[in-house]
Ligand binder design. Sequence first.
Ligand SMILES: [Zn+2]
Length: 402
Amino acid sequence: MRRAALVLSTALLGAALVAAQGPARQGGGGWRGRGTQIQPGEECPPGTTLVRVGQCQAPESPPPSIVDYRPKSTLVVEEHPVPKAKFPVVDIHSHTGPTPQTLDRLITEMDALNIRVLNNLSGGSGSELKQRVDYIRSTKYADRFTVFANGLDGFRDVEAGYGWKAAAQLGADVRNGAIGFKIFKQTGMDTLKKDGSRLKINDPELAPIWDTAARLNIPVIIHTGEPEEFFHQPDMHNERWLELALFPDRRQYLNKITFEELNTERNDLFRKHPKTRFISAHFGWHANNLGLAAKLLESSPNVVLELAAILYDLGRQPRAAHDFFVKYQDRVLFGKDTYAPTEFPYYWRVLETKDEYFDYYRDYHAFWKLYGMELPDSVLRKLYYQNALRVTPGLPQSGWPR
Ligand SMILES: [Zn+2]
């Protein structure tokens, strides 16, 4: 009651100020006049904001751009940064592998973060892949780095017979040391078949690849589509406006394909190959809709989710995310995508602590703050390594905590 009175008196004070300053505030410098009246349910026009019931007004100072506006939080609350994960971690979704120049640095960084295994999804295929594996095996850190194969020619110009050729290549790559197969996002979205049509990920021509993966007992990690907002106009209601404004290659709304179509084709693939284990990268882009993620897991027992680049969605719904991870604790793997030692601790903090309202590391993903999920140790162990070891038998299986 007292708060309502305060709000009302503040509003009246505001009105009095506007009245007192009167016409001097009009004209020039982007100032759009006294304001606009709106009806209940209406939105304020662009450039204005609601100042009291039914009344929109433009700020007197030119508003900062969303790139420049970085308010410092005044919230004082306990902070528990987590520089090192509580249990050893398999990063199933990396694109980094060691070279003679980077090996020692990588090991030092990984040890500090408690990353036990870095799995490079950009293994390539053929002799390129073999060279990568051979180099790893020649170092004294052969149990710290693993590689997934990428298949034949990036799935370009698929025609009759392609599937069997690609399956044979996968067999050779696994013999050369690949422990899984990675499908990049272009496949199923942009890549064209020989006849000029879009290659759908559930195209029957590709079936021999999935069946071969099942026979070889390796998982297929599949990146399908992009965040839902990339398929929508980058208007003032789009959560990813900044990202779409920064990166031309993410503007899926310019293409004909929809988010739903891509997911339907992917889910059809999962259902048609129940013996193949699929890792749906980036939580299948359903981290903003955990109900949909649950539906995917329920309908396809052969699917697990991997959480690269969706931390901002978990961290804004810590309670729902906590419950999801507890319920589906056998179906989630840790992955990060971009290898950046300074960024991993944000993941540990969201997953392990109950900290509140802390920064994320990249504004174009999320302009909001994160909260900790405080997952129990038993779930953290599964998420960090146990599930990865089960789904990917080619990972080093010994030396993990019991
Ligand atoms: Zn990736």
